[in-house]
Design a protein around this ligand. Structure first.
Ligand SMILES: NC(=O)c1ccc[n+]([C@@H]2O[C@H](COP(=O)([O-])OP(=O)(O)OC[C@H]3O[C@@H](n4cnc5c(N)ncnc54)[C@H](O)[C@@H]3O)[C@@H](O)[C@H]2O)c1
Ligand SMILES: O=C(O)C[C@H](O)C(=O)O
Ligand SMILES: [Mg+2]
Length: 612
């Protein structure tokens, strides 16, 4: 009996793994379309522009609506890339912001017109285009969103929609939604409260979901919860497109988010909801409130933490030390907000899980390898009204403390010779020459500087500053992309990008494919460990802490598989349409990676068939 079930299961797995992986040469089965003529040309999901073959033009009532020449997909692709390069050429010498916005516009226009071509160019050129559709240009787009607005994308729920959300959610045209990214616009990157203009962030994150995790673009939904803004400039701006009222607070605020979550869950009970760029108090409160009821996570708190942990473990390996030495690293964290505290929690947890740690007196609460600063300087136990989440990391005045450390000490006063200096402060340039020169005294042979704040203008320092002032033995990572630096001996100084884009697509995809009931710490740790182990020792020795963004789809397949397997291990997996959790349980690690990769959507034109 058992043998039959096992045989059936392995046949099922073979079937799942034998469906061909979507790829560049893939031919899709026909797609039924309930439209004709210009309605098709105006629908970016179906539109092929000049690539409609003549038979389809006849079938769909398109004859005469397009120029006669039929172009191939490859010709269209080349044409777009050429026009992008001409734009680069023609804008040479213009300010960076002008060039970036021009690039964003040309990509956005393609997105609005032809999604297949848009996502293909995005996937193939992710390293070049991520800085435009995502950080840092997306920050500029959000700052100027009301002026740039041409047509809506995603959904907007405002404080005025209270009581209506359950019916509004049915206004979204897609039957099925798998992935939602929602913001309230209260902390957009390091740019502060941008109100409704923050919608650019969910749009950019979901583009990364499509490109990196192969989520079908028809099943993603960017959402803005407009509960007002406290940004005076926006409130006075005549063009501002959001509610012109101060932000809701307290129970009023939570009632809006509650209603939104209930509405989403009622229509799409299996959709994953990613909270993004909420100010700290709401980031933690909503995570606590919803994480065991819904399949959701907070990317700034949890995704960032995993990426930072992978970087911190890479920094240990760069020193030629065993990973278990992570527990002895001295880490200065500048910024005690949602991201900083998320990183500290995960790093502390990882230290406690290191092999052998139980011998060091259970490391425990007394063990504190962290020095944490916020806008008021070093956080110590004597700080008034300390948030309990931060209090765990406050320095005491025990005998182990360095004498001249005091409450509110400035960064240069915290002379603890740290192995790592990590910034999540949102303050550009705060790692100045004096701070960086002090890192020469680090106890590490290759001090690590992580300037993780976004966008580029908010990075705590640049890689040039680091290799110049700390030394060429330093390792560097930043949240926004920088170019590598040529060192004095002609070697490369690597400007790694430590951005949560390495993890959130895999967290969402793994949760979705496993049908996880919720997203546990174990699943998040699995994601971080998978990313940390992706990099080889050889690469680490060169100062490479994170893989190239060009491999993001491959990385995401691995991370997604690790997350799905962790969900299975914790009995959180309920499976999805074609996969029973028992199938997932019996898959080997590499079969799981194959399965996840095969489930990724890939943009190719499907033959269109009209149903009338
Ligand atoms: N690289 C990534 O993947 C990633 C992920 C999440 C957040 N971030 C970036 O991190 C930054 C912070 O995000 P957050 O959500 O934690 O914001 P937050 O507003 O919750 O926290 C900011 C923290 O920085 C502190 N701070 C402000 N000025 C300071 C100063 N002069 N010196 C020391 N500390 C100072 C604040 O007191 C606060 O503790 C943003 O720029 C964001 O873009 C990057
Ligand atoms: O959006 C990013 O680039 C990373 C992160 O989520 C942030 O808030 O800065
Ligand atoms: Mg964010």
């Amino acid at each position: 009996m058992w043998r039959h079930a096992a045989a059936r299961r392995s046949a099922q797995i073979r079937r799942l793994l034998s469906t061909s992986a979507p790829s560049a040469g893939a031919v899709r089965g026909p797609c039924i379309v309930h439209k004709r003529g210009t309605d098709i040309l105006h629908d970016p999901w179906y539109n092929k522009d000049t690539a409609f073959p003549l038979t389809e033009r006849d079938r769909l009532g398109l004859r005469g609506l397009l120029p006669p020449r039929v172009m191939s997909f490859e010709q269209q692709y080349e044409r777009f890339i050429n026009s992008y390069h001409s734009l680069e050429h023609n804008t040479q010498g213009e300010p960076d912001s002008v060039v970036s916005l021009a690039k964003w516009r040309i990509l956005n226009r393609l997105h609005d017109r032809n999604e297949t071509l848009y996502y293909r160019v995005l996937i193939d050129n992710i390293k070049d285009f991520a800085p435009i559709i995502y950080t840092p240009t997306v920050g500029l787009v959000c700052e100027n969103y009301s002026g740039l607005f041409r047509r809506p994308r995603g959904m907007y729920f405002s404080a005025k929609d209270k009581g209506e959300m359950m019916s509004m959610i049915y206004n979204w045209p897609a039957e099925k939604v798998d992935m939602i990214v929602v913001t309230d616009g209260s902390r957009i990157l390091g740019l502060g409260d941008l109100g409704v203009q923050g919608i650019g962030i969910p749009i950019g994150k979901l583009d990364v979901y499509v490109a990196a995790a192969g989520i079908n673009p028809q099943k993603v939904l960017p959402i803005m919860l407009d509960v007002g803004t406290n940004n005076e400039e926006l409130l006075e701006d005549k063009l501002y497109l959001g509610l012109r009222q101060p932000r809701l607070e307290g129970e009023e605020y939570l009632a809006v988010v509650d209603e939104f979550m209930e509405a989403v869950h009622a229509r799409w009970p299996k959709a994953i909801v990613q909270f993004e760029d909420f100010q700290m108090k709401w980031a933690f409160e909503t995570l606590q409130r919803y994480r065991s009821r819904f399949c959701m996570f907070n990317d700034d708190v949890q995704g960032t933490a995993g990426v930072a942990l992978a970087g911190l473990l890479g920094a240990v390996r760069a020193q030629g030390r065993p990973l278990a030495d992570f527990t002895k690293q001295k880490i200065v964290v500048v910024g005690a907000g949602s991201a900083g505290i998320g990183v500290l929690n995960m790093a502390k947890h990882a230290m406690l899980r290191m092999p052998g740690t139980h011998k060091i007196g259970e490391l425990g609460e007394g063990h504190n390898q962290f020095w944490v600063l916020d806008k008021d300087g070093l956080i110590t136990k004597s700080r008034k009204d300390l948030d309990p989440a931060v209090a765990r990391f406050a320095r005491g005045y025990g005998p182990e403390e360095v004498e001249d450390l005091h409450e509110g000490a400035s960064l240069v006063e915290v002379k603890v010779k740290p192995h790592v200096l990590l910034g999540l402060s949102g303050v550009g340039g705060i790692f100045n020459e004096e701070v960086l020169k002090a890192m020469k005294e680090s106890d590490s042979p290759c001090p690590a500087i992580f300037a993780m704040s976004n966008p580029t203008t908010k990075a705590e320092c640049t890689p040039e500053d680091v290799f110049k002032h700390v030394g060429e033995n330093a390792v560097f990572a930043s949240g926004s992309p920088f170019s590598n630096v040529t060192l004095s001996n002609g070697r490369k100084g690597y400007a790694n990008q430590a951005n949560n884009m390495y993890l959130f697509p895999g967290i969402g995809l793994g949760a979705l494919l496993s049908g996880a009931r919720h997203i546990s710490d174990g699943m998040l740790h699995a994601a971080a460990e998978c990313l940390a182990s992706y990099i080889t020792d050889d690469a680490i020795r060169k100062g490479i802490l994170f893989p190239s963004i060009s491999s993001i789809r491959h990385i995401t397949a691995r991370v997604g598989a690790a997350v799905a397997r962790a969900a299975v291990d914790e009995d959180l997996a309920e499976g999805c349409s074609d996969l029973d959790p028992r199938d997932l349980r019996s898959m080997s690690e590499s079969d799981t990676v194959d399965y996840v990769a095969r489930k990724m959507w890939y943009p190719v034109y499907s033959p269109l068939v009209n149903d009338k």
